[in-house]
Design a protein around this ligand. Structure first.
Ligand code: ARG
Length: 559
């Protein structure tokens, strides 16, 4: 049950929406004061009263019941105490009956969300820079599904451009079928790097011709291109599988080749297309932005042209409620321009387009050896994390069964969690030691907490039931409140496009559980206390599993 909602519904303030009250209600830092608090400071202006008086007035008007048992006004805060017995029983029963569904909702039913994420470039390295888009997008995908939305995951492939002409040219000169087949994306990348280093003017000319051949539908050129594409996809799909991400569409830039002309025509009809040095642009000067390039002077389309065509296609095909683009902040301007152009074309749904921007990831150990010069392949980062996880497990628990399987879950989880734990807009420095620490704010810590909870439940042999009228002690109640907050954390994460809220939540819940675990005995407790504590342990394990599964992270039974 959503206690904040329960409270918000029962508070009336002139000129303040229930939503605003809802979002202002917080957990007070000191739980002596109450379980929830409404700070009244920001209402002072609208109501022309001091926060202390507002809190007093609200207190007198509030009618307590068997859910909220006590209300007090202190220094401009309205504090609420919930009926601990009622809350505790309701939350634990919810979790135990709902199981893997705890936290899910039907809020999104009937609404479609498109998420453009990962969006790899064919024949280019899949590197550490693709980590965030892949795991943030993947987490949002699972989160929205959990909240009842219809979700369309789109991998907007970078499969358009003159580089494919270069690649075919390089292959023709230096390539060998078996080698490319065997070496896959790495071999293709080698050819591309070699072209950029060694191609002379005549090869450059040839490359342009190959590009033209792809464009004009030449059979051989297209076969080679499709082959490179399938090798790239085979490779990235292996990584997607490890990271637990999936897509419903791989419609890339090339897919829009025949869908751009109608957009260009419409821009012209709407008088938005201007000529500038031979190119066709949409002038955005009035909005403080450089022009959006639609056609180059040689008539070629651009990245933006294809994105405009893609936006129309998505709206028409999926009728989205929102269309998200999980793309690095380096492309802020690009998306601002695209969204502005759609708005200028008169489409009110332009407001439903969201650029979910994120910061850069770099490696702490920048000198890490890579197969390809400076590029850090994501695959290498994952493998190294799994290897290190194996070494840690080997040291801590050498007799564990299925060590390799567990190391996979721990290592991959650490890569995902490492990329998700901070607010997405922050640049992050990825450190193997940090993400694999058992003590830090890591997935390893959360997984370890799960293994601990699991071991308690295994030893007890029976599942706890929630006793009637159980009065939880302070530590127990802290855990209960944290458990109760899960559904609202998911809603907030979805509203703000921040999977990190879920990651932080999992760490918080683990910390609270561990504190309870060390302070209160579970297996040696007796009677009601024992059943209650086992039920609480089970509820924590379930909720942590649900949280991690949204992030794409598995939970080993033992560690
Ligand atoms: N492939 C692009 C890149 O690597 C990202 C594409 C993002 N999606 C989009 N619709 N523009 O930069």
């Amino acid at each position: 049950m959503d206690y904040k909602k329960y409270i918000a519904e029962r508070i009336k303030l002139d000129g303040v929406e229930e939503d605003e009250i809802y979002s202002s209600i917080a957990l007070p830092p000191n739980s002596e004061m109450g379980d929830y608090a409404l700070p009244c400071f920001k209402f002072a202006k609208v109501l022309r009263k001091s926060p202390a008086i507002i809190a007093e007035d609200l207190k007198s008007a509030y009618i307590t019941d068997d859910v909220i048992s006590e209300v007090s006004a202190i220094n401009g805060y309205l504090n609420f105490k919930v009926n601990k017995i009622g809350l505790t029983k309701a939350v634990l029963n919810d979790i135990i009956t709902e199981g893997a569904k705890y936290g899910s909702s039907v809020d999104g039913s009937g609404k479609t969300i498109c998420i453009d994420y990962s969006s790899v470039n064919i024949a280019k390295p899949f590197h550490i820079g693709h980590l965030s888009t892949t795991v943030i997008g993947g987490a949002l995908y699972k989160l929205y599904k959990f909240l009842g939305y219809n979700v369309v995951g789109i991998n907007h492939l970078g499969d358009y451009g003159t580089q494919f002409g270069k690649l075919i040219c390089a292959y023709k000169h230096w390539g060998n079928k078996d080698e490319v087949e065997r070496g896959g994306i790495h071999a293709i990348n080698d050819l591309y790097v070699r072209f950029n280093n060694d191609a002379d003017e005549s090869m450059e000319r040839e490359a342009r011709e190959y590009f033209r051949l792809i464009e004009s539908g030449d059979k051989e050129a297209n076969e080679i291109f499709e082959w490179f594409k399938s090798l790239t996809l085979k490779y990235v799909n292996g990584i997607y599988e490890k990271l637990g991400v999936t897509f419903d569409s791989y419609a890339g830039e090339r897919f829009y080749t025949d869908k751009m002309q109608p957009v260009i025509d419409e821009l012209r009809e709407k008088n938005l297309l201007k000529e500038s040095e031979g190119a066709k642009i949409v002038d955005l000067d009035k909005y403080g932005m450089p022009p959006c390039l639609i056609l180059r002077s040689d008539g070629a389309s651009l990245y933006a042209t294809r994105d405009l065509a893609a936006a129309f296609y998505r709206k028409k095909t999926y009728g989205f409620h929102k269309c998200l683009y999980v793309v690095a902040y380096q492309q802020n301007l690009h998306f601002k321009q695209i969204f502005k152009v759609l708005e200028l074309m008169g489409y009110e749904w332009a407001k439903d387009m969201v650029h979910v921007a994120y910061g850069m990831v770099s490696l702490e150990d920048g000198a890490m050896s890579t197969r390809k010069g400076k590029v850090i392949w994501l695959e290498d980062v994952i493998n190294k994390c799994v290897e290190k996880a194996f070494a840690v497990i080997q040291e801590k628990n050498p007799n564990l069964e299925n060590k390799s399987e567990i190391a996979e879950k721990v290592g991959i989880g650490a890569v995902i969690f490492g990329a998700l734990y901070n607010n997405k807009i922050k640049d992050i420095v990825f450190s193997y030691d940090k993400v694999l620490s058992f003590e830090g704010e890591t997935s390893v810590y959360v997984q370890y907490t799960c293994a601990r909870a699991n071991s308690v439940l295994m030893k007890s042999g029976n599942v706890g039931t929630v006793p009637e009228n159980y009065q939880p002690n302070a530590q127990e109640f802290e855990v209960v409140k944290q458990l109760a907050a899960f559904p609202e954390i998911l809603t907030e994460a979805a509203d703000k496009y921040e999977p990190c809220y879920i990651a932080r939540y999992a760490v918080d819940l683990s910390q609270k559980f561990n504190k309870f675990y060390f302070d209160c005995k579970i297996l040696t407790a007796e009677g009601d206390a024992k059943s209650f504590r086992l039920a609480l342990t089970q509820a924590v394990l379930q909720t942590l599993k649900n949280a991690l599964s949204i992030l794409g992270i598995g939970v080993p039974d033992k560690m």
